[in-house]
Design a binder for this molecule. Structure first.
Ligand code: ADP
Ligand code: MG
Length: 341
């Protein structure tokens, strides 16, 4: 161990569209917060990030705006995204202990320009080496798949902004599909459903809570009825309405179908040898969306393949990115890019 190793902590970052997780060498996950920034409209200065910024969502005055800079799997606002990354890095260690090496996991749809922006902000935060890795690759490693083997593995990572479907073999992504339908779209579908069928407007956080608690894909043993609070669209007054889990399932069905279609399309484009590996090994689901009740069963029915939900799907990508950071030499080939400064 060199002097630098003693005074620096190498880190890995899962820069997700919904959540950012940071892994520190030898420590594991040290930060897990929503990818949200609150900033001053006039000065563009960041006022809060993560949990603190989420508390401000929908409750700010006109000078403060909250945004999710990674929302659709692409960087909506470079300056803000860079600021968010910098603030998250700052949060986990003091200035005398900059991170020498950083591995960052990015959605696979990001462009070259966006990759550079992510790299630059890590460099500005003091990194001497920055490595980027694609989200489905990190998920596969986090799940514990042997990505270096000459065997095909299919990973479906359902996050907030994107669903990333990839077939991985020999340390590379053989084919992939990134669709803009994932957790956020499901929330919007629930909001639309209540507008159309119950004449009430509900907030995004309410929609998300409904999805996580009673959202489903397959008929449930016992369907449930829930009370939902919102604002009456006709007279503008707060009101409560009743909805059943059957209705919520209908509301989610279009999003679910889009994910199923994406998986089928990727399977169709998979070379036969690798397809036969997937037939034996099945499909692995990760990301928060993998927790939607019955999604695995539905995919099993539609593809006739074994489907497994990763253990702790919300942290799979962060654990994979962490593993890559702790074994940089071994995983050099899986990186999108590597830079030394
Ligand atoms: P990202 O990698 O894009 O940041 P995550 O993997 O952190 O996304 O997943 C976040 C998404 O998972 C959110 O849209 C959230 O609503 C969704 N999610 C979390 N828990 C559940 C659940 N139990 N059922 C359905 N969706 C869930
Ligand atoms: Mg993710």
């Amino acid at each position: 161990m060199g002097v630098f190793d003693f005074f620096s902590a190498d880190i890995a970052i899962d820069l997700g569209t919904a959540n950012t997780l940071v892994w520190m060498k030898g420590k594991g996950i040290v930060l897990n917060e929503p990818s949200i920034v609150a900033f001053d409209r006039n000065t563009k200065k960041i006022v809060a990030i993560g949990n603190e910024a989420r508390e401000m969502l929908g409750r700010t005055h006109r000078d403060i705006r909250t945004i999710r800079p990674m929302r659709d799997g692409v960087i909506a606002d470079f300056e803000i995204a860079e600021g968010m990354l910098r603030e998250f890095i700052k949060k986990i260690h003091s200035s005398w202990m900059p991170s020498r090496r950083i591995v960052i996991c990015v959605p696979s749809g990001v462009t070259e320009v966006e990759k550079r922006a992510v790299r630059d902000s890590a460099e500005h935060a003091g990194a001497k080496e920055v490595h980027l890795i694609a989200e489905p690759m990190a998920a596969a490693i986090g799940i514990g798949l042997d990505v270096e083997a000459p065997v095909g593995n299919m990973v479906v990572d359902i996050g907030g902004g994107t669903t990333e479907i990839a077939v991985i073999a020999l340390s590379g992504i053989v084919n992939e599909e990134s669709i803009r339908i994932a957790g956020d779209e499901m929330n919007s579908a629930i909001i639309q459903f209540f507008k159309k069928n119950h004449n009430i407007l509900i907030g995004e956080r309410t929609a998300e809570a409904i999805k996580c608690e009673v959202g489903s894909v397959m008929p449930m043993k016992e369907e449930v009825t829930i009370q939902v609070k919102g604002r009456d669209l006709v007279n503008g007054i707060p009101k409560t309405t009743e909805a059943s889990s059957v209705e919520i399932r209908e509301a989610l069905s279009e999003c679910v179908q889009a994910i199923v279609n994406g998986v089928k399309m990727t399977l169709e484009r998979t070379p036969p040898e690798l397809a036969s590996d997937i037939l034996d090994r099945g499909i692995m689901l990760s990301g928060g969306g993998a927790l939607l009740k019955g999604l695995d069963e539905r995919l099993r029915l539609e593809t006739n393949l074994p489907v497994h939900v990763a253990e702790d799907p919300l942290t799979a990508v962060a654990r994979g990115t962490g593993k890559v950071m702790e074994n940089l030499e071994k995983y050099q080939k899986v990186m999108l890019t590597s830079r030394r400064y």
